[in-house]
Ligand binder design. Sequence first.
Ligand code: UN1
Length: 500
Amino acid sequence: MTQLSSAAEILAACGFDKAELAGGTLAVTSPIDGAEIARLAETPVDDMPAIIAQAGAAFDAWRRVPAPRRGELIRLLGEELRASKDALGALVTLEAGKIVSEGLGEVQEMIDICDFAVGLSRQLYGLTIASERPGHVMRETWHPMGPAAVITAFNFPVAVWSWNTALALVCGDPVIWKPSEKAPLTALACAKIFARAVARFGDAPEGLLQVVIGGADLGAALTASPDVPIVSATGSTRMGRIVGPEVAKRFGRTILELGGNNAMIVAPSADLDMAVRAIVFSAVGTAGQRCTSLRRLIVHNSVREALVERLVAAYATLPIGDPRKAGTLVGPLIDADARDRMLAALERARADGGTVHGGEPAKDAPEGGAYVAPAVVEMPGQTEVVREETFAPILYVMGYDDLEDAFAMQNDVPQGLSSCIFTLDLREAEEFLQRSDCGIANVNIGPSGAEIGGAFGGEKETGGGRESGSDAWKGYMRRATNTVNYSAALPLAQGVKFDV
Ligand code: UN1
């Protein structure tokens, strides 16, 4: 990898010039050390009507471009992302605080979804359906919908945009992207990469991708507009509770990917060596700031003590600190508020009778960042604080004796994103897959780190949306049922007679 160390080097490698990084009102700081890295101009909310109109005009042209040709733009985007992988990955590290391999992994996830979407651009299949009437055929066809608003969070600042955008664009929908105010630079860097793909493509309409920088008022303009038929939003359940009803009021479509409170059940037969590795990656990776992070461990009482002991020992050796440094596994939380919320949750867990291992501010970490030691918390039961999603590396541990109780506990939270079981018992594994109420249910791997090929999302307070692989593309298109009569008669369905 090219060695990009200073913020200035990374920003230059991402194509920023000094002028666009200064003079604005939105201060961007790095969670690594709290240093300010840019002051960006914000999009005036008064510009939103023109931005939405521009997306509408782009839609008029783009919908007419054959889908495989639209796929060519995404193929070029994938090539540009490959060329920019080191620079963009380094910027993810700088702006979101991810360790180097996770920053690069996020860009790889973008490349993967581009490849997927290119193939998809030739596979936007509908059905043919047998008609009950002679001389008639029925089919289902899929059509572009119109501009899609994509609202993303700081924790996957670029991959989640690419899941949505690669699909939306091959489906014929232009994108208006409102990134998190905590990660606007990565969004602007993606816009530059996208512009290079557009330039190579040649004849794409203006405004296929527009990035708006700023706060909730921009999001409100997008959710309120009937000219934005799709709103795909990733973030907190609190945000989803605002976006969902707003869009529903105008009968728009939402794709919501909100909170998770993901559990692992560890059965007596589990391969504990593997379980420990899976637990540590999924609970501690990205400093516990994935939607899919492991937050609850439901362990059979016969192995609970031994497992907790191994986890506490593994946590004690975790390299915490500057995410740019080789060997670091735990970088900073996004900001001091996130750390305060973590410490407050640990206090509540203690008050509920929990025993906390770790969880203290980390020593020997860079000044100015919110570095904490990940925590393992033995809980007497699944109390209120456990049922909430705290976006930090806290792993609550509960015991079980009867697998039925473990299934009930795993489902007994408001969120329904991801879940898993470690067991070597086929009956337990298959039964778990039937019983988990989550959008993602795994066996002998952790709840996080999904590949792009599957549909990603979950139920209940997670919002019900699906993004990324499988047939998630259908969320970006509208379906029409077509009946064609090629006979010389006009029979009615259901045997109805209506002769005039
Ligand atoms: C998120 O946390 O918003 O499955 C997305 C995973 C990643 C995506 C997480 N592929 O953990």
